[in-house]
Design a protein around this ligand. Structure first.
Ligand code: COA
Length: 375
């Protein structure tokens, strides 16, 4: 490819993004009907125990802003006797399901950038859960796409994608790569406890891909990465104890901690100020007026959190144009949320517009990626 011969600049840009959305979606009404059927059965079967309480559509929408979520395995999740995804195991010589949806998103990003797989140097699979310990999902995705070079997995929970973008950007800055795919397949339905009233409505499945490249080889229309910043602060308020050391745990109520658990209120209270301050500090370091940001593509966990963060950053409550929501139809898709928002709501911006991709979640972890449209 002729353009690949251009001298490298060491300046990272986002050349394109890709998105895979599962065909099936569960509305709050469907979800609550199934949950409440489970509650009825549970209470009838355990007359002496403290009765479980119903979930409600109104609560879910008011507390979170979520109206629906896409999933890879709808019927088993809604079946009150199952209430989890049932994704049949595949043979080792078949493409695994996480790789399959990652490849779909990655292909779209490559197509949109006009990039051939053989011109990509590395694949990072950055997601909150990997479907196996090894070989790395990233290497399977790399192989399926026909990419040479290398790949590895990264897990920083909801901030995996922004941590992946900074890692990719650092390869470009150091001259170690020209083109890096950051793929985030998030089958979060597998780590959600669909029987837990406090959290059963939170997550959805999706895959995103971000192609980070040296400005020298990027397509004419791209997003310059002005700066990236990462932060982690240990907290037990979002936790999942599943791991290879407890693989034999029997399926009982005591195993609920092997799925996602959180102290939602504490997360809300502690993460909002941490992230708002991080954004303001990084904007100052980069010489960017936060109130002049054209758009915020924020992590999609809770509409109220995003309202508060955007108000602290922009100086006023953001409207949908300034801080678009995808949470309403996708739910919380962990690391993919801010990337879906960017993918679906960035084509209308013009050259010179500056925006922010920002993630936050378990760890705690948070990442900012300030970008400017170039064309
Ligand atoms: N249906 C009906 N009522 C419910 C309910 C449900 N599904 N789940 C909880 N409630 C009730 C509670 O029992 C409680 O009742 P009480 O006031 O009588 O005690 C009330 O609703 C409030 O519960 P609470 O858990 O305090 O709700 P909340 O307003 O904090 O909202 C979250 C819950 C999870 C939506 C919210 O805390 C949140 O989004 N936090 C941030 C989450 C986040 O970003 N996590 C990162 C994940 S990666």
């Amino acid at each position: 490819m002729q353009e690949m011969q251009a001298p490298l600049t060491g300046r990272p840009v986002i050349s394109a993004t890709g998105l895979f959305t599962p065909a099936d979606s569960i509305s709050n009404e469907e979800l609550v009907a199934s949950f409440n059927a489970f509650v009825d059965r549970h209470n009838a079967a355990n007359p002496d125990a403290e009765p479980l309480a119903y979930s409600s559509v109104e609560f879910i929408e008011k507390a979170s802003g979520i109206k629906a979520r896409h999933v890879m395995s709808k019927a088993p999740i809604l079946d009150p006797d199952t209430m989890c995804p049932r994704l049949p195991e595949r043979e080792n010589d078949e493409l695994s399901i996480m790789a399959e949806i990652g490849v779909a998103a990655a292909r779209q990003a490559l197509e949109r950038a006009g990039r051939k797989p053989e011109d990509v140097d590395a694949v990072l699979c950055a997601a909150s859960n990997m479907q196996r310990a090894y070989p790395a999902m990233a290497i399977e995705i790399q192989q399926a796409l026909g990419i040479e070079g290398f790949g590895f997995d990264m897990n920083v929970a909801c901030s995996s994608a922004t941590f992946g973008i900074q890692t990719a950007a650092d390869y470009i800055r150091a001259g170690n790569a020209r083109s890096v795919l950051v793929v985030s397949p998030e089958i979060t339905s597998g780590h959600l406890n669909w029987r837990d009233r406090d959290s059963h409505f939170i997550f959805g499945d999706v895959a995103t891909a971000v192609l980070v490249e040296d400005a020298a080889i990027a397509p004419a229309e791209h997003w310059a990465i002005l700066g990236t910043k990462l932060k982690t602060v240990f907290s037990n308020n979002i936790r999942n104890n599943f791991g290879f050391l407890n693989r034999a745990a029997p399926e009982t109520a005591d195993t609920a901690d092997k799925l996602f658990v959180q102290e939602g209120r504490k997360v809300f209270r502690e993460v909002v100020p941490m992230v708002a301050q991080m954004i303001l500090d990084e904007a100052e370091r980069l010489g960017i007026d936060p109130e002049g940001l054209r758009r915020l593509w924020l992590h999609q966990a809770n509409a109220g959190m995003n309202r508060l963060i955007s108000t602290k950053v922009l100086g006023h409550e953001a409207n949908e144009d300034e801080s678009p929501t995808v949470l309403d139809t996708y739910g919380n898709t962990s690391s993919a949320g801010s990337i879906i928002a960017f993918h679906q709501h960035s084509d209308d911006l013009v050259a010179g517009d500056t925006g922010l991709i920002c993630s936050f979640g378990a760890g705690y972890s948070a990442g900012t990626v300030f970008v400017r449209k170039v064309s």
